[in-house]
Design a protein around this ligand. Structure first.
Ligand code: SF4
Length: 377
């Protein structure tokens, strides 16, 4: 049976970045301790299945006392059958990093860090409200490697306000020269309800310029030995893809814990509301877990069922593309002849390729993937 992933949402930040719409509240150590116990209580509801990834996302998981991270990992190890080579990732904000914390996280079982660098240009970092500066980001990566982390991912944002192409290329080059095994490169998206949506900053590149920045970033990463495996994700030498994130793109099962966490269980997608208060009410009480034993999905909201469309959309984010046999086996779905004809047209235009029963988007196709998917779904 396919091994599951475990996602733990840590919804605390020092302060909100103006572009971010992830769920988080101001950090409060006492609240974080209560929240940790509630996550451990929620774990008791999960079925005892095999899992080979754990991912602490946020928010800012690196804000927490490593003892709390260790506590949640122990609870996961008690409830799930974790594989020996389990990938255990923690998102880290450079502003929260110390050698002591890194060593404690390593000892707790974290073996992969995802560090939110975004840029190594101090003016750009200030513009997007980040707490760290260029030196802080570079030092965090070096320190993480010195503390024994061999699998380090860095997040970079593309098309940031006032960022020149040269500054972006410098960021990527600098990161590639460090002991970074994986790089995520996402275009800045202005999300509704964020301060950036209310007051759009000057100097955000237009769509054409964004496309050019994306293509140049991909080309530079190619030259630096990073292999693209997903629209926005690259791994050094092709050897370090994020095993956890691949579960999302492969429509594999994952169990989400915490406020705002999502889960995919039995072909259905669930979520918990974006509310710590609701979360503590549900899982923070004394008798709750025993009363709901082995009913992981019961307290969650059912969002939707995984569909053939989801599978197509997520598979086509990957350079490995879509396995048409798997699509048929899992969802009993075949593309209608009209769609296949359309795909042939896209292939002639250099937007996708098809070989046997596998279909994938080219880099140019990835750039227009939303429009292309709208046509074939
Ligand atoms: S970008 Fe990260 S640090 Fe900033 S508010 Fe969002 S979750 Fe918190």
């Amino acid at each position: 049976m396919e091994k599951a992933g475990i996602y733990i949402h840590v919804p605390f930040c020092v302060r909100k970045c103006p572009y971010c719409d992830f769920y988080s509240v101001p950090y409060d150590p006492a609240l974080a301790a209560r929240y940790t116990e509630a996550v451990c209580a929620q774990m008791q509801l999960a079925p005892r299945v095999q899992a080979d990834t754990v991912y602490f996302g946020g928010g800012t998981p690196s804000l927490l006392d490593p003892a709390l991270i260790a506590r949640m990992l122990e609870a996961a190890a008690q409830r799930f059958v974790l594989s020996e080579d389990c990938e255990v990732t923690l998102e880290m904000n450079p502003a929260t990093c110390t050698a002591e914390k890194l060593r404690a996280l390593r000892a707790a079982g974290i073996n992969r860090l995802s560090i939110g660098v975004q840029s190594t240009d101090d003016a750009v970092l200030r513009q997007i409200g980040r707490l760290h500066d260029r030196q802080g980001a570079l030092d965090t990566i070096a320190l993480a490697a010195a503390c024994g982390f061999e699998n380090i991912s860095a997040d970079v944002m593309l098309a940031l306000p006032q960022e020149s192409e040269a500054a972006l290329m410098k960021t990527i080059r600098e990161l590639c020269a460090l002991p970074v095994t994986h790089l995520s490169a996402y275009l800045l998206k202005i999300m509704p309800g964020t301060p950036f949506a209310a007051h759009r900053p000057d100097g955000i590149p237009d769509d054409d310029d964004q496309a050019a920045l994306y293509e140049k970033s991909c080309a530079l990463l190619d030259r630096c030995g990073f292999v693209q495996y997903e629209i926005s994700n690259f791994s050094r030498g092709g050897r370090y893809p994020s095993r956890h994130n691949l579960k999302y793109w492969h429509c594999a099962p994952y169990y989400g814990f915490g406020a705002a966490a999502h889960s995919s269980v039995g072909g259905k997608l669930y979520s918990f509301p974006r509310s710590i208060d609701r979360y503590l009410e549900t899982f923070g009480g004394s008798g709750c877990p025993a009363g709901l034993d082995a009913a992981f999905c019961a307290p969650l909201n059912l969002e939707t069922e995984l569909s053939a469309q989801d599978f197509i959309m997520l598979s086509l984010r990957l350079t490995a593309g879509l396995d048409l046999d798997e699509l048929e086996r899992r969802f009993d779905y075949r593309f209608p002849p009209e769609t296949l004809r359309r795909l042939d047209v896209y292939a002639r235009a250099g937007l996708c390729e098809r070989q046997g029963r596998r279909l994938w988007l080219t880099r140019r196709g990835m750039l227009v993937s939303n429009a292309l998917l709208a046509e074939i779904l």
